[in-house]
Write a protein that binds this ligand. Structure first.
Ligand SMILES: Nc1ncnc(NCCc2cnc(NC(=O)Nc3cccc(C(F)(F)F)c3)s2)c1Br
Length: 273
């Protein structure tokens, strides 16, 4: 078993296999840890691509956040190591690869497949938020598919731990470091919005506010200019769920536990997830 205990991994501990994907900052390879024969995914990040000082802090934060997470729909990050030029992330291997490629291949998903995916992601987010972690970057590119076809939320390189706001709100903000002030701005409902975007994109094949120009996309987001195309045909229940998640006032977005009880989810999601 790839232990999460702090031990000094080096590249020599692994046989490197085929490339699995190329993400931001670097590529991912199939790898096998020589001693245990455990299969892992090894993400290679080039230090030159990461602002030298920031990456150590960000990798540590990602490993710190992920080392406390255990959920079937959250990809494990076992640890990291680095050499003079690269940083290596030791990750759980998702055998069926990247969700965005599956969506490209299918153009869009059925209502049953979408409801099953959305309910499993909602359960993962309920777990995550219960650990005071918000992901902040839920999108097809950050979701992988496990051996049984189950979804796995990945890439916590941009997630934050939320501090209980009482602790920060009553004291003066003046002495708080940026990362604490920043997390005070984002609350967990940002992930509900992104899950709503994801549900729309699963059903229609495109995100709801997509536009040629960034300025147009920005305007459509802030105006929540939500339109449902007539093709493909999508049930009123699905549109109702999406409309309850893509709400500008974050306090009015459908809470995740209520999402799991929504009639469209109950009628369409495969219970095993
Ligand atoms: N089939 C597969 N099975 C497993 N994994 C696969 N791909 C890797 C998915 C990832 C999981 N977690 C990640 N995390 C980061 O990338 N973090 C990240 C990113 C940039 C900068 C930094 C930092 F260095 F700045 F912190 C940290 S990528 C594939 Br394809």
């Amino acid at each position: 078993k790839v232990s999460t205990a702090e031990r000094r991994w080096t590249l020599d501990d692994f046989d490197i296999g085929k490339p699995l994907g190329s993400g931001k900052f670097g590529n991912v390879y199939l790898a096998r840890e020589k001693r245990s024969n455990q299969i892992v995914a090894l993400k290679v990040l080039f230090k030159s691509e990461l602002k030298q000082s920031q990456f150590e802090h960000q990798v540590r934060r990602e490993v710190e956040i992920q080392s406390h997470l255990r959920h079937p729909n959250i990809l494990r990050l076992y640890g990291y190591f680095y050499d003079e030029t690269r940083v290596y992330l030791l990750l759980e291997y998702a055998a069926k690869g990247e969700l965005y490629k599956e969506l490209q291949k299918c153009t869009y998903f059925s209502e049953r497949r979408t409801a099953t995916y959305i309910s499993s992601l909602a359960r993962a987010l309920i777990y995550l938020h219960g650990k005071h972690v918000i992901h902040r970057d839920i999108k097809p590119e950050n979701i992988l598919i496990g051996l049984q076809g189950e979804l796995k939320i990945a890439d916590f390189g941009w997630s934050v731990r939320t501090f209980n706001r009482r602790q920060t709100m009553c004291g003066t903000l003046d002495y708080l470091p940026p990362e604490m002030v920043e997390s005070a701005e984002h609350d967990a409902t940002v992930d509900i919005w992104s899950l709503g975007i994801l549900c729309y994109e699963f059903l229609y094949g495109v995100p709801p506010f997509e536009a040629k120009e960034h300025s147009d996309t920005y305007r459509r987001i802030v105006n929540v200019h939500l339109k449902f195309p007539s093709i493909p045909i999508v049930s009123p229940g699905a549109k109702n769920l999406i409309s309850q998640m893509l709400v500008k006032d974050s306090s009015q977005r459908l809470p995740l536990h209520r999402l799991l009880q929504h009639p469209w989810i109950v009628q369409n999601a495969n219970p095993s997830g």
